[in-house]
Design a protein around this ligand. Structure first.
Ligand code: BES
Ligand code: MN
Ligand code: ZN
Length: 501
């Protein structure tokens, strides 16, 4: 679908559907919605007066114009209470409208920029989230069916963003470009996570990252088994040992050569399939573990955006990728491995593999002399139990990073909740034979996993995000259809932008 910005009145648009909005509690619509109402002889006022539509957040009303204006249909989307208006409202309203346009079979539709008129949001910001919501709402993973499902309609071909005020058009166009960049990053992450593990191996992830790098002029490198072994990454390599699939440490860099700029390193867990290994998982829900590379996907998506927005930072993305399988060469509980930073680790569970990838990637991050390092991983079932599908957990050894991440979570809608790094959590991962063990058992499962990872950081400001509950959604939300969410991409974008201010 193409998106164009156009000057004019929404009433005059000769498209299959026009989209306007209403705040909750408004009885006499003003602005663009008021103009449509007037042209239709008060049809919108009438459905409000009848009590059939109140403008609640997420509510929609469809009206047929029967020749009163060029477009045959009007969709009114509710924006909820004016006091609660924000980017997330506009994003969701745009997603709802776009999906409705698709359900109606509209080839062309036109929308106003929700929230930028009476709502008072900055026009560029509102236009940006309008595009994000539209693209993310229409996102569908095509899959591998021989025929598309019967109820799938094709996406509209064209959306016009219509604005009356000429002096706002350049801000809106800038917002659209930003929204396109962000949506592309989120959709890339969703595609990587939705693709099954037989088709999304560490090598495939690297190929996708390389294609992104070519399209956005990011620096790209991928270290294979031999190179990682030569670097001494014995802990990362232990996970990959049994798999026929070559592990990859994917390295993406925005402004990679600019050591003069503040350097942020993002590290994402890329387990392309997590069977648990010798400590094998129960079979029933194991298929979900094709999504165990969602941290890597978030990092790759965010690097693409950093490049497209040309952020004035040096941003390095590290995505250690491997497949965790049982077999004759596989690591076993009780085995001991040495990591790149010289520390040794005892395996308690081969299913605690994500932290093993992160351990060596975090040691590798040191070479960039980072101002901050943030890792993100689908790390523990305990996180999902603690917070559910509402928020990821964040741990930090530094309050400034924690504050920036929490603010980015608010701004992006990718929610976070901070948990403590109490010293006592480390007691559970003391080993009799090595510097540390990879699991502390069932008690304080998230806290001890964060302490394990902290063990492999090298004094730089650091935060760890456990997004186990956020990678895939069983629920259909407006800007986030069921399946892979792309969680973390917008969070990182907002975090990086905060760093530039
Ligand atoms: N990838 C899983 C965590 C996970 C669980 C992600 C559910 C998404 C949904 C991780 O590698 C894992 O297996 N963690 C274990 C750690 C334990 C063995 C210490 C867990 O949480 O049970
Ligand atoms: Mn596991
Ligand atoms: Zn895992």
């Amino acid at each position: 679908m193409d998106i164009f910005v156009k000057q004019g009145g929404i009433v005059e648009q000769a498209v299959d559907l026009i989209v306007v909005n209403l705040f909750q509690g408004v009885t006499a619509p003003a602005g663009a919605t008021g103009a449509v109402d007037k042209a239709m002889g008060g049809a919108i006022s009438a459905i409000i007066a009848a009590g059939d539509f109140v403008g609640k957040f997420g509510e929609t009303a469809l009206l047929y114009t029967r020749g009163a204006i060029p477009a045959p249909r009007v969709l009114v989307v509710g924006l909820g209470e004016p006091a609660k208006l924000g980017a997330h409202v506009v994003r969701a309203a745009a997603a709802t409208a776009a999906r409705k346009a698709r359900d109606l079979g509209a080839k062309t539709f036109a929308t106003i920029v929700h929230g930028a008129g009476i709502g008072g949001l900055d026009a560029a910001i509102a236009a940006g989230v309008l595009v994000e919501g539209t693209r993310l709402g229409l996102y569908r993973f095509e899959g591998y069916r021989s025929k598309p499902p019967k109820d799938w309609r094709p996406s509209p071909e064209t959306m016009f963003i219509v604005e009356m005020a000429a002096d706002r058009l350049s801000a809106i166009a800038a917002g659209v470009a930003r929204g396109e960049a962000i949506a592309a990053g989120v959709m890339l992450a969703r595609d990587l996570v939705n693709t099954p593990a037989n088709l999304m191996t560490p090598t495939t992830v690297a190929e996708r990252a390389e294609a992104l790098a070519r399209a956005t002029s990011l620096h790209f490198e991928a270290l294979g088994r031999a190179e990682c072994k030569a670097l001494g990454m014995g802990i990362f390599m232990a996970v990959a040992e049994e798999s026929e699939q070559e592990p990859k440490l994917i390295i993406l860099g925005h402004n990679a050569e600019r050591a003069d700029l503040p350097t942020l390193v993002l590290v994402g867990k890329g387990v392309t399939f997590d069977s648990g290994g010798i400590s094998i998982k129960p079979g029933e829900e194991m298929w979900r573990m094709k999504g165990d590379m969602a941290g890597a996907a978030a990092v790759i998506g965010a690097l693409g955006i950093a490049a497209r927005l040309n952020l004035p930072l040096r941003v390095i993305g590290l995505a250690p990728c491997a497949e965790n399988l049982p077999g004759g060469r596989a690591q076993k509980p009780g085995d001991v491995f040495r990591g790149m930073n010289g520390k040794t680790m005892e395996v308690i569970s081969t299913d605690a593999e994500g932290r093993m990838l992160l351990a060596d990637a975090l040691a590798y991050a040191t070479r960039y002399n980072p101002a901050a390092v943030v890792d993100i991983a689908t790390l523990t079932g305990a996180q999902a139990v603690a917070l559910g599908p509402q928020a990821a957990a964040v741990f930090a050894n530094n309050d400034e990073i924690a504050a920036k991440l929490l603010a980015a979570a608010d701004a992006s809608g990718d929610r976070l909740w901070r948990l403590p790094l109490f010293d006592e959590y480390a007691d559970a991962i003391k080993s009799q034979v090595a510097d540390v063990k990879n699991s502390g058992g069932r008690t304080s499962g998230i806290g001890s996993s964060a302490k394990f990872i902290e063990h492999f950081t090298e004094g730089y400001p650091w935060a760890h995000i456990d997004m186990a509950s956020m990678a895939m959604s069983d629920e259909d939300r407006p800007a986030q259809p069921k399946g892979a969410t792309g969680y973390g991409v917008r969070l990182f974008t907002a975090f990086l932008e905060a760093w530039t201010k």
